[in-house]
Design a protein around this ligand. Sequence first.
Ligand SMILES: Nc1nc2c(c(=O)[nH]1)N[C@H]1C(S)=C(S)[C@@H](COP(=O)(O)OP(=O)(O)OC[C@H]3O[C@@H](n4cnc5c(N)ncnc54)[C@H](O)[C@@H]3O)O[C@H]1N2
Ligand code: MOO
Length: 407
Amino acid sequence: MAPPRAPRMLSEAAMLRAVVQAVAPVAASELLPLGPALRGRVCARDLASPLDLPGGATATMDGYAVRRRDLPGPLPVIGAAVAGAPWTGAVPPGTCVKIATGAWVPAGLDAVLPWETVTADAERITAAAAPRAANIRPAGADVRRGTPAAKRGQRLGARDLALLHGLGVDRVEVWRRPTVGVMSTGDELRDGGARLDPGCCHDANRGMLLALLAQHGFEARDCGLIHDERAALEERMREAAAACDLLLTSGGASVGERDLVKAVLAERGRLTSWRVAIKPGKPFVLGELDATPVLGLPGNPASAFVTYMLLALPALLHLAGCDPLPQPPVVRARLRGGWRKSTPRTEYLRARLSQGRSGPQVKLCAQQDSASLAALAEANCLVRMPLRATKLAAGDEVDALVLDDLL
Ligand SMILES: Nc1nc2c(c(=O)[nH]1)N[C@H]1C(S)=C(S)[C@@H](COP(=O)(O)OP(=O)(O)OC[C@H]3O[C@@H](n4cnc5c(N)ncnc54)[C@H](O)[C@@H]3O)O[C@H]1N2
Ligand code: MOO
């Protein structure tokens, strides 16, 4: 079969738009109990706060709750308020209440004096004047009842869950979690443990992509390792397309005669685009099979990783219902060492980001071959080298896309 003619190479931004447009957000939602399983899930509707937080005016220090006009005292201490057990009696003018951090401030009192700032014996205190509302957090200062606690399209993280727990929310409506299939293609590939015949290598991309999908909160489906045989590939791609919301393949995306992913899409589905001006990652395929979007990542592992992060992940987040799409964290850092660009594409260089004496610094991995698994494992960021730049020199400020697995 003659290799297909190369289409126009899309810019990174144009490909990103095309990929996101090709994917329709999941439409079904489900109501889930509040808990850690909600981490990474996307809210299907706005959620209004059911209460004021805090529910009442609260002391922010341990000390004495007073009326400012009664100062300097002496003021008899007539009772005590602690968190969870407010003082419920009256506080007559000229008296005060001992109070703990987190306790509600009795009505009518307008300052909390930290115990270090007062002169106290067992029954009375004297103290200097205090500003109005000193050390009091007003009711609703944190969250007002009825204001948004979570928004439709928001992807929930641990800190969002803290807010929802704090508000006593018990269930959240979230979009169904998309199922994403992962398939490797190539006659030379073998699963771990299998004998390596001459010229063969182990499949690294499938394991990486399944792990990335799990890390990013998707339901990942292992659709296996498929050999370069046209009919078998079509059959397995069709099965995967039927079972998944989106299919990620790797390998077979370039212009070789055995690069069959494109052929299946062109002949049996739709081949929308397959070249993007980034390095690594140029032979990135966008298409559709049986109405399921298919993203064909290049076979070289660094190319598969970079296209996943820059193009597939935004599409997947859109599929999951995220709106607006979260942006990857970028750090401005000083470059150690230099680099000369070899292509008219935006380059993403594997690098290590660290804290230098005068701020963030970044060192390029010695190996920038898109086949290098060692450099991919070594990197904790990608240094972006813009389209127009031709070289980078030591000391240049660059954008580093943070890849830390902790994020
Ligand atoms: N004549 C041209 N040749 C190539 C071009 C081009 O424009 N013209 N582009 C090159 C670029 S850039 C890349 S990237 C690769 C990508 O090609 P494919 O997506 O077709 O990938 P394969 O040919 O199947 O494999 C490339 C390379 O990666 C290894 N590989 C594949 N899958 C895996 C896997 N799952 N785990 C580990 N390694 C994998 C494969 O063995 C090959 O070594 O094409 C260039 N060629
Ligand atoms: O895009 Mo390829 O990924 O340059 O090696």
